[in-house]
Design a protein around this ligand. Structure first.
Ligand code: GTP
Ligand code: MG
Length: 382
């Protein structure tokens, strides 16, 4: 909780910031909710609330947990000679209803491989598309994100774990609040942005206006002398989908060195997960490094298990998933959260131990939150 504002802290422990301001006032400290407060103040509050404030981030705590099993998330990729080219991971972001999901469905429909395999069967939040650029088969992995304002955290994580962002802007609607928010996430993560100006099939579409609006936010189109690629598309009418894929490949080739070592245990990210009635917990994951295989023992957040089966975006079974590949994984004990990490471990015993420790920690944090809320309620009532 280092250097947090009172609002951040209140959110972390699940109480309302105004009560904390009031409590601090009674303790002789005048602070506002948005003000950044020091560790001592947080500890003081913690004491009063009977809440153990450890000035250590959950990330650090988890790193220590993995270390105790001789594991590390995001370790060195190993020997230069082992590195192979991996596909770019592209996050699709933008304002609600601007056509992100539709665009991904259309891109997947335009997939040369999908045509052969017999079409689309599943909707999952991440998939890989093949495209041909200069006679070469190129793969691109996509991650869909929601545009609703409530999902800020998912957009932030999405941009952090991707190589390129596609910013979808509906040409009839123009730049909207979550367009700007997504743009800022991508900028903060220093991820190159390709703009897809969507819905150009609509009579009221005004792609020039979108260019002007984004220029004001520092995203200047190439045709205006800037360095951002803009592609006018229609997910609905299938216009310029190949141009968009080409822009992504060009961006990847121009500015990124995308290589990874497939000869190691897999690690990556949970994109989304749900409980399927017949299949149990189903997680869409993105392999970020190493190769994930059926039979591997994995721990994903507080879930663990052996990979019983993996499915690709067409519902076909896969025996393995290499770096940069999304896959649906079956076999987990429970449903992990979107944005949580997964890591392959030695065996299921280790996976279970790590998962249990994480679960215990989550439970303790939840109990502490409840206790704090009660203490605060008593305090406010007195
Ligand atoms: P959220 O996930 O809720 O943020 O929305 P989204 O950005 O994924 O939008 P979605 O793909 O669900 O599309 C929203 C609506 O716009 C749907 O009714 C689509 O059919 C429509 N739509 C998407 N692309 C186009 C397009 O190119 N042209 C037209 N005319 N309609 C489109
Ligand atoms: Mg969507």
């Amino acid at each position: 909780a280092r250097g947090a504002s009172l609002t951040d802290f209140a959110e972390k422990i699940g109480v309302d910031a105004a009560s904390l301001v009031q409590m601090l006032f009674h303790l002789g400290e005048m602070v506002t909710a948005t003000q950044s407060v020091g560790d001592e103040t947080l500890e003081l509050l913690g004491e009063e609330l009977n809440y153990k404030v450890e000035v250590v981030s959950p990330e650090d705590e988890d790193r220590e947990l993995l270390e105790s099993f001789d594991l590390e998330f995001g370790a060195d990729e190993g020997d230069e000679a082992d590195l192979v080219v991996r596909p770019p991971v592209v996050t699709v972001m933008g304002h609600v209803d601007h056509g992100k999901t539709k665009l991904l469905d259309a891109l997947r429909g335009a997939d040369v491989v999908a045509g052969e395999a017999g079409g689309i069967t599943q909707h999952i939040g991440a998939y890989q598309v093949h495209t041909e650029v200069d006679g070469e088969d190129r793969r691109i992995s996509f991650i869909d994100t929601p545009g609703h304002e409530a999902f800020t955290a998912m957009r932030a994580r999405g941009s952090q774990s991707s190589d390129i962002a596609i910013l979808v802007v509906a040409a009839d609607d123009g730049v909207m609040p979550q367009t700007v928010e997504a743009l800022n996430h991508a900028k903060a993560a220093e991820v190159p942005i390709v703009v897809a100006v969507n819905k150009v099939d609509k009579p009221e579409a005004d792609p020039t206006k979108v260019r002007g609006q984004l220029t004001e936010y520092g995203l200047v189109p190439e045709e205006y002398g800037g360095d951002a690629m803009f592609v006018d598309v229609s997910a609905k009418a299938g216009i310029n989908l190949d141009k968009l894929l080409e822009a992504v490949v060009l961006t990847a080739d121009a500015s990124l060195d995308l290589r990874a070592n497939p000869h190691q245990d897999a690690q990556g990210l949970v994109v989304e997960a749900h409980l399927d009635r017949g299949r149990g917990p189903v997680a869409t994951i993105l392999v970020q490094r190493g190769t994930l295989r059926v039979g591997d023992s994995i721990v994903a957040g507080p879930a663990h298990g052996r990979v019983r089966a993996m499915l690709d975006e067409h519902g076909n079974e896969m025996a393995e998933a290499d770096p940069g590949r999304p896959a649906m994984v079956l076999g987990l004990s429970s449903v992990p959260g979107a944005g949580q990490n997964f890591i392959v471990v030695e065996d299921d015993r280790v996976a279970r131990q790590i998962a249990e420790k994480r679960e215990a920690r989550e439970r303790a944090a939840l109990q502490a939150k409840r206790r704090v809320r009660r203490t605060l309620e008593d305090f406010m009532a007195s």
